[in-house]
Each structure stands twice: as C-alpha cells, then as structure tokens.
Design a protein around this ligand. Sequence first.
Ligand SMILES: *Cc1c(COP(=O)(O)O)cnc(C)c1O
Length: 426
Amino acid sequence: MEQRRSKQLFDRAQQLIPGGVNSPVRAFRAVGRQPFFVERAQGPWLFDADGNRYLDYVCSWGPGILGHAHPRVVEAVQRACGGGLSFGAPTAGEVELAERISACVPDVEMVRLVSSGTEAVMSAVRVARGFTGREKIIKFSGNYHGHSDGLLVKAGSGLMTQSVPDSAGVPAGYAACTLTAVYNDTESVRRLMEENAGQVAAVVVEPVAANMGVVPPKPGFLAFLRQITRQTGALLIFDEVITGFRLALGGASEYTGVHADLYTFGKIVGGGMPLAAYGGRRDVMACVAPLGAVYQAGTLSGNPVAVTAGIETLKTLMEDTGIYERIDRRAGRLAEAFRRRGLTVNRAGSLLSAFFTPGWGEQEGSVTNYEEACQCDREAFSAYFNRMLERGIYVAPSQFEAMFVSDAHEDELIERTCEAIGESVL
Ligand SMILES: *Cc1c(COP(=O)(O)O)cnc(C)c1O
C-alpha cells in the first residue's frame, strides 16, 4: 500500500505538533506503524492523501452513526455557514436542539450546550459538587471522561482507595478528590461510599464502558449505582458521550432501564462538529449560572453551525426508526465472525470489541473490567490491525477502543469485513 504522501505529512507534522497528532491515539503507536492522513470521507469510506480507500469502523470515534458526509447534514451545515459562523448570542437552533435532546432522553429536563465531551463531563461534575456541597467523586478504572484534571485519575496499583494522577501535570490534590472503583464490582463502590460517608458528590460512569474496549455493565450493576447514590445523597452521572443516541435514540437509560440524575453527551449529538451537552434533573441544572451559583460558560457554546449539524443528525435518527435495528444486526454479524476465530467479543448494539484474551483461539475468555482488558495480547491485536488495514479495512488502532458500525455499513460491506476478519485473526 502506497503511503508516501502520508509519510511526508507525518514528518512535517512531527516538526510542529507533539507526536504529529492532535490527539494521542491517532499516532498509531500501539500498532507499530505511521498514521495515514485523511483527505476526505464519504459514507463508510475514508480516503487518504495517497488515494487509498479504507472501510472505516472508527467513524471519528463515534459521531459518524450516519456515515461520513451524510448529504442531509452537509447541506444543512452549508446553508448555516452562509448565515454566519458564530454570534455569541442565543439562536433558535439552540432551542430546537435542546428540545430534541430532551425528547429523546426525557430525564434531561434542562440542558446546556458546550463544545467537547471533556467540557461536558467536567461541567456536570462541577454542578454535582455545587448541588450537593460535597467534593469527592467516584469513577471507575478504565472509564474515560475526557482530559480534565480531576478525571485523569486511575486507581493506585492494587490499592483501590488510593488514587493517583493518570497524567503528569495533574496536582495530587485534584486526584485526591477522585476515588476509583472497579467497573462491575458493586463491593468496591460500597466500600468507597462507606469510607467517605457524606463526602461523595457523584458517581460518574460510562453506562456501557467503551474506552477500555466495550465492556457492558453486568445485570444489576447500574441499578446498584442508582440505589446507592440515592441512599447516600450523591448524584448519578451517566457519561453518554459515546452511548448517547448510539445504544438507542434514548441512549443508556432507554437501553438499560436505569435512570441517572445527570447525563453528558458528545460525539453523535454534534453530528461531527465540536458540540457536546450536559443536562438532567431540573432542580440540579437550576444550579447553573445565571440561574444558580455554578459558573460555566463558553464563547463558542451553542455554535450555530455545530448546532445545525446536531439537529440534522438527531432529526435523521428520530425519523428513521429502523436504523438502530440495522446497525445492531450488522454489529451482530461482525461479532459472529470474531467469535468464529476464537476471540472474546463484547457487544452492546452497534458498539463492539473483539479481545485477544489470554489463550484466545483455544479457551473462552471474558472481559468485565479494566484489569481483565489489560491482560489481552497486544501483539496479536497489532498483527490483526495491520492485516485488516492491508485489506483496506480500518479498525481502531488499539485493543482498548470500540468498533463503531454506522448506517452506511451496508450488508454487503459487512460480509466483506467478516471475510477479512477470517483472514486477519491468525
Ligand atoms: C470521547 C469521550 C469523552 C471526551 O469527549 P471529547 O469530545 O473527546 O472531549 C468523554 N467521555 C466519554 C465516555 C468519551 O467516550
């Protein structure tokens, strides 16, 4: 595969941009090769600077549920651009997007628009602290909530009660307010709640984890979080930056039947533009300035072009009720193909991950939390990734990311992918 132009661009990029990329996973370090540079995308396809075409299962890490450059979304965005790119003043579009989010997720009684998932979760946590008057939060190892200081925290090795920064530059004091529990382990949450009685503002969770590979909640896990937060006066925050409008139109609360106090959205809600949102209970959201005392603002918040992309994407999802059934069925076909090759597959709707668990190919494995995800064979994954790419199929360049199926991945392309899986998992 010719990648000369991409190589040249990567050389230039590395002169000025740390690692040559604007977000670390794009550098392809986990799969031992250089990234390709994208020139354009259409439907399920990415085209790189050397004219290669890839069937794309990354979908911009989640937003692309309709496929790339959906004509309806692009046309609306083009129209919006002609009317001005940013006003810093209220628009009708913001009201419509808020109404659509609330129509899809009825628990969202009030909502604020921001510009990234990071900002949405950071703000929701601040609101939870403002509402409860408490400082600590509980998160889960292997869940990702963006790169704000207080959320870049992992569990100390073995010692679940001792949190340490996951990044240089994060003050230990911030990390101390973030307690880390084990996903799918109710006892780890109960213990932290007891040891920090009356101090926990919120439990923040990916209702279906998708940033350590896909790890669905065990039956009863989310219901337990709902119950213990209610009992202890903490809020439950569902970080639905990936799962929102993905698992179902109503996201995780529709998909699992468990309801949170606050929700964060990103990715799909912006239809490929920089837009995210947080919202939930009216009494909690009433804490946000200028109604209440929790400050949160943004020059580009509710940007009219981004809002237009969000509206048009949600409209399409709301009108085309067959889409969730289609992408679920197609992801199911891919899951079968991986299982036939002896991999461990976790799937929730159109989100899936195939794990190279220890002894894969011979014995069945399971991945229910971060520690188990970390035991997977990264070299085998890297070899599989490279074989898929040579066949023109682009899956996320890391074992710990989800595979995203979009409505543009038509059945015939799915079958072609299943064949490639058969040839690439060796
Ligand atoms: C992507 C992601 C974020 C961060 O969103 P950005 O737009 O990248 O800042 C937060 N939470 C979850 C669950 C995500 O997947």
